[in-house]
Structures are given as structure tokens and as C-alpha cells.
Design a binder for this molecule. Sequence first.
Ligand code: FSX
Ligand code: SF4
Ligand code: F3S
Length: 412
Amino acid sequence: MFGSLVASAKGLESIDERMLQCGLSRRAFLQFCATLMIAAPYGLAITDKKTPEDVAAGLGKVIRPPILWLSFQDCTGCTESLLQTSHPDFGDLILNVISLEYHEVLMAGAGMQARQVLDEAVTKYAGKYVLVVEGSIPTGARGIYMKTGGRTAMDVLADVGGKAAAIIAIGSCASWGGIPSADPDPTGAVGVVDLMPEKSIVNLPGCPPNPYTLLGVLLQFAADGTLPESDAQRRPKFAYDRDIHEHCPRRAHFDAGNFVKQFGDEGHREGWCLYEMGCKGPETHAGCSTRHFNEIPDVWPIGIGAPCIGCTEKSVAFRKPMFEVVQLHTIAAPPTSFAPIPTTHGHISPVATALVGLAVGAVAGGGYVASRKYSMVLGDESVPGARPPGDGASGSSRPSGPDNDAGPKASA
Ligand code: FSX
Ligand code: SF4
Ligand code: F3S
């Protein structure tokens, strides 16, 4: 067990011991555990408990995992999302739950002093630490586009990653290149898994990802030495098995045919569906629709009126034009039993809702029919955005037709 392995390493204490030492309040820790339970309601042994008190009791015994954090080509958004949790003392709390041995952005030291700290930590915890990588790694021109302490990012990763017990690639950049890898990709940016596919690596894509996903993975590894079950892209299922569109609070408006046509229009102000503004929710797997950021309700892209750009999908964000309308892979026509949607223009009857929904389906035309075929392929587990074998349908296209240009749908 990882916990017992590091327990023998001098200087590492349990989370409970650390709490006591730092005078951190039990109440804050319980709140942290409750948030973790909400962020990871299943699929993690550490949150598979009835109450936050049970989670706290289990977590308290866990030896604080030594973490080394490397930053490559990134915007530091992943670090920010970890620190900007809504509670003023949550950043502190998180940093006391884990044992952050090295983090260039947060540490006071610089230059050779920082390099010394890194080398010492790598030696002291060799084979026991978890490496968190933020940002993509430039591989063009033999990696010359980024150097720290006289070494290229490729060399630093090979050294520090090679001695890690496990690696967590946080953010889309570290997972598969992210923004730096967008066309024309001048630096040859890649993700960690491209350079060391044989290592135990968990990808946590998102720009940035939810910080509690990171904490959940780290703490499970510290508790029993295992990593959560992952999908084909090495994303933990507990956080990435949801389809944004299926769990979106604006889904009723999609089904009713209430679409924002322009930022700032009446539909936008009313919180209508952002599909026609290029929302990639229908082909994006992430937990943001139900697990918002910074513990503040509605703090996530769609919640603040911005279309999802598909930042957790390798084939979507920074690959597809932001405002291009996606193909629908799910059945869009609503059942007739949906409750009426209140609008400023009155009410939409369930029958009208169904008709409008069908009209929307018709507007999507060939793309929609193809997408229905896609979703009907038995056992087809391929990534949204990819095409099933033998499907010759064309790529994403903005639906055209008279209905697409109509204003907000009114009542029947
Ligand atoms: Fe930024 Fe992280 Fe995006 Fe990348 O997040 S939030 S550009 S995923 O590496 O800092
Ligand atoms: Fe939500 Fe986007 Fe789906 Fe509309 S298209 S329901 S905004 S995920
Ligand atoms: Fe990213 Fe879309 Fe969520 S842009 S943060 S996956 S809503």
C-alpha cells in the first residue's frame, strides 16, 4: 500500500496529525470532506461513505502524499483553480491535506535554490511521490522551446516523471497538448502520456479542471495505492463519464427549441440553450454541469452564459471552431410528457414542445440522422466527435433552414 510505503519516509505525517499541528479547524475539514463527497459521489473508495464524518475519519489516517508539481507550457490556470476555492482558508486547507514538496509558482525559492529543492525531493521520495504535471511539453527542435534550470522540459519530465510512483497530468495541456498544441502548433506541444506511455498516468483534462477531481485521485492513491478506474483516454470515470448535454440545466430549453441566437439577446438573458452559439455540450464528457467551480452555484461556463468549448475532449477544444454547431449524437426529440417551459411570452405546451423539438431535429437534417445512427451502433463506445466505422456522414456543420433563423420560440 502506498500509504504504508510513505509512512516509513521520515517527515511525513497523517492528515489528522497535520491538522492538529497547524490548528486547522475540524469544521473546515468536515466541509472539505463534504465537498469531496459531492465532487466524487462514486468511484472513489475514500468518498464511498455515508457521511462527511465517516470520510473525515478515513481520510484523517491517510499519510499526506508527497507531491511534486512541474509547470511547463501553461497559463497556471490549473494551479489557480486549486487555490481559488471559495472559502478563504480552503487553499490553505488543501495544501495541508497534501504535502506539496515542489511547486515553482508557489515556492519562494528560485534559480539554483529551486533546482536543489527539486533534486533533493526526487532523491528523498524516489518511487514514492506523485508527480503532477501542468502544461504541455514542447518537443519541436529537440525541446529547445522551454528550459528550466538548464534542462529542457523533456529532460525534466524524463528525470522527475521517471522516478514517480504515478503521474497526474492536470489540465488539457498536460493531458494532450491543449492550447499550445492548437494549429499551427509551433512548439510541437504534446501531453505527458505521449512521452511516457508506459507510466501510471491519470489525465485530468479541462481548462482548467475541477480541483476536487485532482484531490480525489491523489487521496485515493495515498490511501490504498490504487488509481481510479479510467476511460480509454485515461480520464477517471468518476469525473468524466457524464455528458454535459444530458445533465445541463438548460436542457429543457434545448428540448423546447429555445435557442440563444446572439450574445445579449433576449434568449441569452433568459438563460436559454446555447446550442446555436456553438455549445459543445452534446459531445463533451465532464462533470461541470453538476459539479460547479469554486463551490459557487452556477460557476461553470454554461452557468455564466458561455457555450461549452469542449475543453475536456481531445478532439474538440482548440481543434474545432468555437462557434461551430456540433452534430447531435443523442436523440433530441423530447417526449410529450415534459412539463411546459415558462417563457416571457407565455407557456409552451408539451405538444408544442414535442413539435418544436422535432422541428429542431429536422433542421439538423442529415447530420442529425447520421448522429442517430451513430448513437444506435450497439456497443459503440467511441469518443464523441469520432465517427463510427462505416459511417460516411460529413463533418460538423451549422444546421441551416428556415427554423434556424427564426427568433425565440413563442408559445402555442
Ligand atoms: Fe491553463 Fe493549466 Fe488550460 Fe492548460 O490548465 S487552464 S492553459 S489546461 O495547463 O494552466
Ligand atoms: Fe446545455 Fe449546451 Fe446542451 Fe444547450 S446544447 S442544453 S447549453 S449542453
Ligand atoms: Fe470545459 Fe465545457 Fe466544462 S468548456 S469547463 S467542459 S462546460
